[in-house]
Design a binder for this molecule. Structure first.
Ligand code: NAD
Length: 462
């Protein structure tokens, strides 16, 4: 029995909106035991039947998008329209993997002897631990849960302590549409205790983590210690490259989406604007009025473009990065150094250099940091000047040039003349310090499947 509870707060008001269990070790162990007990029944269910239930989750989510969206806004702060957009995006993963479930194909391989047959089946890995961040509480879970269920795995989900309510709501909704008890389990708690216990459990056969690079590395270390599979989707530091021949209006429209979705608190947020000098003044002049027109306020308020940052630590980080940049010579083009308020108005900085912390760290806030570069080669070098390798954006009218630049970028994903590239049918993931593994697309199933090869020798029957 878990007696302790902890509060979940609305980042806009700091008001307590709910309380959830602070799971103790016994509760974590019990969740893993439930997932393990439900495993044989779930994997024995034919894949098309599993797919039907996964599709039913999507239908229920879409029918319930207003309620789920309101929950995401309440605990995560993002504007209602974005929150409903996230519900739809999350539902699209259940739809995609519902379709993939009946297509989990094995193979036959020609054997060396006529009496032998080699068959390879794809089998579920078993109990999966799904650890998710706060910034997309529905979508980050959906990208893991939908393929895990389709593959025949049972799961224990561990949401961020800041946004556990959406995960609990999705788990309840899955049970309502008929996913058997024990297939989806949720453990909640503050700090590292609950996820550490979960990752260390020998019955957990796979860990899928999305979150910060530092915590992801700790998860990888723990998984390595017991030789268990792990995939990690970690932090980004995306360059947004504006080449001299770019369509300025298009570049600005893409920049607004890539930068300001969730008030800049996304792993694929445009973090470093790398702009060829020949177009820098025009880009800045077109961008600033659009940025100035963005409204900031409580996410539930109609018409708001940017909600609050998630907590006071996030505000303090943005303040530190802006102050450091200004102290090192950046030019304040628009906005002001953030104060104590969670409602941080957009800021535009120019003349940013590689020595500034804002160039090195994920901003996770509404700051456009611009650095002008001499030419295409310098743009590529600047774009790659980071440990992260999640995604990049390239603005150019010349598709030959786009290909040449994209091939030189060390990232897992690129948007060419696009500011929003996340979609269920494409493989999402990074290289370098941004982790490995891919979520979404047909490749998104791979993390949840093993190969089982069977050689059968035919016996002569009389
Ligand atoms: P975080 O790393 O602080 O937390 C992520 C999850 O890990 C939470 O559920 C947290 O409770 C849990 N956790 C904490 N300590 C742990 C431990 N010792 N072992 C295992 N789990 C532990 O990240 P966050 O602040 O919630 O999310 C923001 C970060 O996530 C950013 O860096 C962002 O770029 C990244 N992110 C990446 C992607 C991607 O797909 N690459 C997507 C969204 C967010």
């Amino acid at each position: 029995m878990t007696a302790a509870r902890f509060a979940v707060r609305d980042p806009a008001t700091d008001a307590i909106i709910d309380e959830v269990d602070a799971c103790d070790d016994a509760a974590v162990d019990a969740a893993v035991a439930a997932a393990e007990a439900a495993g044989p029944g779930w994997r024995a269910r034919p894949a098309p039947a599993r797919g039907e239930l996964v599709a039913a989750i999507a239908r229920r989510m879409r029918a319930d998008e207003a309620r789920l969206g309101a929950l995401i806004t309440a605990e995560g702060g993002k504007p209602t329209a974005e929150a409903i957009g996230e519900v739809r995006y999350a539902a699209s993963f259940f739809e995609w993997f519902a379709g993939e479930a009946p297509r989990i194909y094995g193979e036959t391989i020609p054997a060396a002897r006529a009496d032998q047959q080699i068959v390879v089946e794809r089998v579920p890995v078993g109990v999966c631990a799904l650890i998710t961040p706060w910034n997309f509480p529905a979508a980050m879970l959906a990208r893991k849960l939908a393929p895990a269920l389709a593959a025949g795995c049972t799961v224990v989900a561990k949401p961020s302590e800041l946004t556990p309510l959406t995960t609990l709501a999705l788990a309840a909704l899955a049970e309502e549409v008929g996913v058997p008890r024990g297939v989806i389990n949720v453990v909640t708690g503050q700090g590292p205790r609950v996820p550490t216990r979960l990752v260390a459990d020998p019955r957990v056969r796979k860990v899928s983590f999305t979150g910060s690079t530092a915590v992801g590395r700790a998860v990888l270390t723990a998984c390595a210690a017991r030789g268990v599979r792990a995939s990690v989707e970690l932090g980004g530091n995306a360059p947004f490259v504006v080449l001299a021949d770019a369509d300025v209006e298009r570049a600005v429209a893409a920049a607004l989406v890539a930068k300001f979705r969730n008030a800049g608190q996304t792993c694929v947020a445009a973090n470093r604007f790398v702009v060829e000098a020949a177009i820098a003044a025009r880009f800045e002049a077109a961008l600033v009025p659009r940025v100035a027109a963005l409204t900031v306020g409580p996410g539930a308020q109609p018409g708001v473009d940017l909600g609050p940052l998630i907590d006071d630590r996030a505000v303090a980080k943005v303040r530190r990065l802006v102050e450091d940049a200004l102290a090192r010579g950046a030019r304040l083009v628009h906005g002001a150094v953030p104060g104590a308020s969670r409602f941080v108005a957009p800021i535009v900085l120019a003349e940013v250099t590689a020595e500034m912390a804002i160039w090195r760290e994920e901003i996770f806030g509404p700051v456009v940091a611009i650095r002008a570069v001499a030419d295409e080669a310098a743009a590529v070098a600047a774009a790659n000047d980071t440990d992260a390798g999640l995604c990049a954006y390239v603005m150019t009218r010349d598709l030959g040039r786009a290909r040449r630049v994209v091939r030189q970028l060390a990232v897992g994903m690129v948007g060419v003349n696009e500011g929003l590239i996340s979609t269920a049918q494409a493989p999402f993931g990074g290289v370098k310090a941004s982790g490995y593994g891919r979520e979404g697309s047909r490749h998104g199933l791979d993390d949840y499947l093993d190969y089982q090869y069977v050689m059968t020798t035919a016996l002569d029957t009389p």
